[in-house]
Ligand binder design. Structure first.
Ligand SMILES: [Zn+2]
Length: 255
C-alpha cells in the first residue's frame, strides 16, 4: 500500500522539472492549491496547468515513454490485450491471483471481465480442475418385512417389454410380459395382479419412465396409500435393487 502510494507520488512528480528546496515552516506561507476548496476557480495559468496535469494522471491521458498511464498503471491498447492476458496467465494461476497481478501494472476498460473469461477458457486449467466430489449413495434402509418396499423397472428384451418387480426384503423377483403395450394401463394391470397376490407395499420405487410418471400412476398409488418414490433422472444406481436384477436377467437371457 505504502509502496504503491510512493510509486504514485514518484510518477506524479516525474511530470515536472523541479528542484527540491527546504523551507522552514515559519517562512512557509500556504499556497493557494493546498488551501483550495471544491468549486473555486483557479486563478493563474500556472496553477491551472498543475491541476490539469493532476487530473490527466488520474484519468490516464498522460503519456510517458510513449505509454498511456492511468494512475501508476500502463493502459494496454486493444491489440496488445490478448498478449498481456496470455502472459498474465502463463503461470496458470486462478482468477483472483491473476487479477491481483494485473492490478499492480496494467489497466484497460473491462480488464477484470477479460481476465475472468481468459482464465475460464484456459484448456489446461479446465482439464486439471478437480471434479466436484460425488455425493455418496445413501443406501436404502433394509425393510423389516417382505413386500414392504418394491422396486419397479421396465425391461426390454427381444420379444417385447416386461415389468420387473423386485422385493427389497427378500429379493424376490416378479416378472410379467407387457403383451398389450408399455403404457401406464398395461403396467398397472400387471402390477395389480401382483399386489393381489402379495398385498400392498408401503413404498414403490421407480425411475422416471413415462408409465411411472403419469397422473394415472400417481393416482393409483394415492388411492392404494402407497408412497411412490422416483429416483433422480440419469442416476439409475439409485434404483439399485431393480437395476441389478434387470441386469442379471438380461445377462441370463443372453446365455
Ligand atoms: Zn490456465
Amino acid at each position: 500500500m505504502t509502496a504503491n502510494r510512493l510509486q504514485r507520488y514518484a510518477l506524479f512528480l516525474s511530470a515536472y522539472n523541479y528542484t527540491v528546496q527546504y523551507v522552514r515552516s515559519a517562512n512557509n506561507v500556504a499556497d493557494y492549491l493546498s488551501r483550495s476548496h471544491a468549486g473555486a476557480r483557479l486563478p493563474t495559468g500556472a496553477a491551472r496547468g498543475h491541476a490539469r496535469r493532476a487530473s490527466m494522471l488520474r484519468t490516464g491521458k498522460l503519456t510517458q515513454d510513449g505509454c498511456i498511464l492511468r494512475g501508476h498503471k500502463v493502459v494496454i491498447p486493444l491489440n496488445l490485450q490478448g498478449r498481456i492476458l496470455r502472459e498474465l496467465h502463463s503461470s496458470h494461476f486462478g482468477v483472483v491471483k491473476t487479477k491481483a497481478e494485473a492490478r499492480r501494472r496494467f489497466w484497460w476498460p473491462g480488464i477484470d471481465a477479460d481476465i475472468e473469461s481468459a482464465v475460464g477458457a484456459c484448456g489446461a486449467c479446465t482439464a486439471l480442475r478437480p471434479a466436484p466430489t460425488r455425493a455418496p449413495l445413501a443406501p436404502w434402509p433394509y425393510p423389516a418385512r417382505p413386500w414392504e418396499r418394491v422396486h419397479l423397472d421396465m425391461l426390454s428384451v427381444a420379444g417385447g417389454t416386461h415389468l420387473v418387480v423386485v422385493d427389497a426384503h427378500s429379493k424376490w423377483v416378479e416378472w410379467a410380459p407387457l403383451a398389450d403395450g408399455a403404457g401406464t394401463e398395461p403396467v398397472l394391470r400387471r402390477l395389480s395382479e401382483m399386489l393381489g397376490r402379495f398385498g400392498l407395499p408401503r413404498t414403490i420405487v421407480t425411475d422416471n419412465a413415462t408409465p411411472f410418471t403419469s397422473a394415472r400412476f400417481r393416482r393409483y398409488c394415492e388411492v392404494n396409500d402407497i408412497k411412490h418414490v422416483t429416483i433422480p433422472p440419469y442416476h439409475p444406481a439409485s434404483n439399485g435393487q431393480a437395476e441389478i436384477t434387470v441386469k442379471l436377467i438380461k445377462r441370463a437371457l443372453k446365455r
